[in-house]
Design a protein. Sequence first.
Length: 113
Amino acid sequence: MAVALLVLGFATLAFLRSSQKDGAFARVTVDGEVYGTYSLAEDRTVDVVTSYGHNVLCIEGGKVWVSEADCPNHDCVEKGAIAKTGQIILCLPHKLSVTVVNEGEEAPDAISY
Ligand SMILES: [Zn+2]
């Protein structure tokens, strides 16, 4: 377990140093809490409805973007698609963030080799 954590730690460092890898998951957080983690390998639309507002995430072809939102400035929509680890879409009015990550604690199968 400690070794796994250590490996994860190194992996995280590696992501921070070279953030130009294709990501595997989109991690959505709202107000600092993880709302959900979605595989980028699976095309889908995710409605994120919280007390702050509504964002529609699109996942297609290994990319994720915000296609619709009812926030006032639409920064999140204008950000466009992200696909590399470490890239992030923020929607400040909705306290929402979408981060592209690689394998993590949500996907133990992917790192059990
Ligand atoms: Zn927004």
